[in-house]
Design a protein around this ligand. Structure first.
Ligand SMILES: CC(C)[C@H](C(=O)O)[C@@H](O)C(=O)O
Ligand code: SF4
Length: 471
C-alpha cells in the first residue's frame, strides 16, 4: 500500500459507507457533550422516540456557563436551565456526567485527555469548535453542530466530507519563554485565519516532537482559528507516556497492545500531503494580538500597525475597524499598552504546565495595582494538582484570584465578564468583538506573557522580566 498520512489512516479505519464524490459515513469512537450545544439534540431524540446508541462512548461535562466562584449559585436563568437540562438528559439517557460536584469536572477539552478518554486512532466529536485540541493525540477530532450531535447520539456515526491534508512543518529550537501559544499565534499571523480552510492540518517537525502533550494540545486547539477542520499530531512515546495510568486508559498488557496499535496510526515515511507550510521556530518571539481576530498579532518588540501597512483594501478596512474597537493608536509600541485585566484559563492554556509557567513568572512579585488578575484552572483535577504544588499560594500571594474550573472569561456566557472598554491579556483563543463581554478588548497571549502583564500592568517581554529577576 502507498504511504499514507495519519488523516488518511484515521479516515480509512472509520469509514462505514463511502461513495465517490459524496460525504462518507464515519464511525465515531468518542462523543463529548456539554450543556450549551446538546439540549436540542436530546430533545430531538425524545421527539423521535430514539435512544442514545452508545451511552458508553458518550461523556458529558458542564463548563461554558458554570460560575467559577460559588459554583452552585447559578444566578443566570439560561445557564441554570442549560445545566439542569444536561443533568436531566444524562440521567434519562444513561450518560456519564462530570457535574459541578464531580472532582473530575472541567472544560470538555481539558478533561478528555486528562481522564485518558482521548487516545490515538480514535474519532472524537463534540458540539464545540475546539474539539481540535484532542488531535494532539493522533485522533481525528472536530467540532460538530447540534443537529450532528443528535445524529451521533442516535447512531454513533456522522456524515463527513473528506478534507485535504496540510502539513505544517515546524523545525528549530524555541527561545526560552517562547511557548506553544506563541508558535500557533505566529503561524496564524503569518498565514491568515483562512489558511486551513478545507484542510486537516498535521503538525510535524522537530519542534513539535520536542513538545509535551500539553504544548501539543495548545497548538492543535487553535487549528480552528486558522480555519482548519482539525489539527493532528502523529502519536509517539510522549503521547503514550502521557496516557499511561490515566483513568480510562487501557491497563497492563492491554496498554502495551494498544501502544502497538497506536504506533501504526502515525504518518508513514514518504506520505504525500496536498500542501506543506514550513515554519522556523527559532525566529518566533512572544506574541500579542492587537486586533479582533487571532491573525491580527505582532511580536512583543513591535508596534501597532497602520492600516496603510496592508496592501489589500479589505485588510486596510479590517485594520481600521479593529483599531477603533480596540482603542489603539497605530505606531504605538505594544509594550506601552496598559491592561486592566489578566485572564489565565481556557481550553488553550489552563492545564498544569500552563499554570506552572505563569506561576514561575509571578513568584515573589505582585500584581500591578491597576490590574485585576484571575486564574481559572481548566479542570478541578488541574486545580487540585496546582494546589498540591502550592501554585495557588503563589498566585494568591501575588494578588491573583484563584477560581474553580470552567470556560470563564474565555467567552461571555457566565459571570466572568470583562467590562466595556477595558483591556484584557488573555490566554484564551479568540479575540472577536464582544467575546469577553460587550465592548471588552481582548489581547491573546501565552500564560507566561499574561503573568508578565499582570505584574507590570502592561505588555512586557517575559524574557526581559526573567533576566531582571536573575540579576
Ligand atoms: C459554545 C460553543 C458552541 C463554542 C464553540 O463551539 O467553540 C465555544 O466553545 C467557543 O469557544 O466559542
Ligand atoms: S474554554 Fe473557551 S474556547 Fe474552550 S470550549 Fe470553553 S468557551 Fe470554547
Amino acid at each position: 500500500m502507498a504511504p499514507r498520512t495519519i488523516y488518511e489512516k484515521l479516515w480509512d479505519n472509520h469509514v462505514v459507507i463511502e461513495e465517490k464524490g459524496k460525504p462518507a459515513l464515519l464511525y465515531i469512537d468518542l462523543h463529548l457533550v456539554h450543556e450549551v450545544t446538546s439540549p436540542q439534540a436530546f430533545e430531538g431524540l425524545r421527539i423521535n422516540n430514539r435512544k442514545v446508541r452508545r451511552p458508553d462512548l458518550t461523556f458529558a461535562t458542564m463548563d461554558h456557563n458554570v460560575p467559577t466562584v460559588d459554583r452552585f449559585n447559578l444566578q443566570d436563568l439560561i445557564a441554570k436551565k442549560q445545566i439542569e437540562t444536561l443533568e436531566k438528559n444524562c440521567k434519562e439517557f444513561n450518560i456519564p456526567l462530570f457535574d459541578l460536584e464531580s472532582p473530575e469536572q472541567g472544560i470538555v477539552h481539558v478533561i478528555g485527555p486528562e481522564l485518558g478518554l482521548t487516545q490515538p486512532g480514535k474519532t472524537i466529536v463534540c458540539g464545540d469548535s475546539h474539539t481540535s485540541t484532542h488531535g494532539a493525540f493522533g485522533t481525528l477530532a472536530f467540532g460538530i453542530g447540534t443537529s450532528e450531535v443528535e445524529h451521533v447520539l442516535a447512531t454513533q456515526t456522522l456524515w463527513q466530507a473528506k478534507a485535504k491534508t496540510l502539513n505544517v512543518e515546524i523545525n528549530g529550537k524555541l527561545d526560552p519563554y517562547v511557548t506553544a501559544k506563541d508558535v500557533i499565534l505566529h503561524i496564524i499571523k503569518e498565514n491568515g485565519i483562512g489558511f486551513g480552510t478545507g484542510y486537516v492540518i498535521e503538525y510535524t517537525g522537530d519542534t513539535i516532537r520536542n513538545m509535551s502533550m500539553e504544548e501539543r494540545m495548545t497548538i492543535c486547539n487553535m487549528s480552528i482559528e486558522g480555519g482548519a477542520k482539525a489539527g493532528l499530531i502523529s502519536p509517539d512515546e510522549v503521547t503514550f507516556e502521557y496516557i499511561k495510568g490515566r483513568k480510562y486508559a487501557p491497563k497492563g498488557e492491554d496498554f502495551d497492545k494498544a501502544v502497538e496499535e497506536w504506533k501504526k496510526i502515525a504518518t508513514d515515511e514518504g506520505a504525500v500531503y496536498d500542501k506543506t507550510i514550513k515554519i522556523d521556530a527559532s525566529q518566533i518571539k512572544p506574541q500579542v494580538t492587537w486586533g479582533t481576530n487571532p491573525s491580527m498579532g505582532i511580536s512583543i518588540d513591535e508596534k501597532i500597525p497602520f492600516p496603510s501597512d496592508f496592501t489589500s483594501e479589505t485588510d486596510q478596512r479590517a485594520t481600521e475597524s479593529a483599531l477603533e474597537y480596540m482603542g489603539l493608536e497605530p505606531g504605538t509600541p505594544i509594550s506601552e499598552i496598559e491592561i486592566q485585566h489578566v485572564f489565565i484559563g481556557s481550553c488553550t492554556n489552563s492545564r498544569i504546565s500552563d499554570l506552572r509557567s505563569a506561576a514561575e513568572v509571578v513568584k515573589g512579585r505582585k500584581v500591578a495595582n491597576t490590574v485585576t488578575a484571575v486564574v481559572v484552572p481548566g479542570s478541578q483535577r488541574v486545580k487540585e494538582k496546582a494546589e498540591e504544588e502550592g501554585l495557588d499560594k503563589i498566585f494568591i500571594d501575588a494578588g491573583f484570584e484563584w477560581r474553580d474550573s470552567g470556560c470563564s472569561a474565555c467567552l461571555g456566557m457566565n459571570p466572568d465578564i470583562i467590562p466595556e472598554g477595558e483591556r484584557c491579556a488573555s490566554t484564551s483563543n479568540r479575540n472577536f468583538e464582544g467575546r469577553q463581554g460587550k465592548g471588552a478588548r481582548t489581547h491573546l497571549v501565552s500564560p507566561a506573557m499574561a503573568a508578565a502583564a499582570a505584574v507590570t500592568g502592561k505588555f512586557t517581554d517575559v524574557r526581559s522580566l526573567e533576566k531582571e529577576a536573575v540579576s
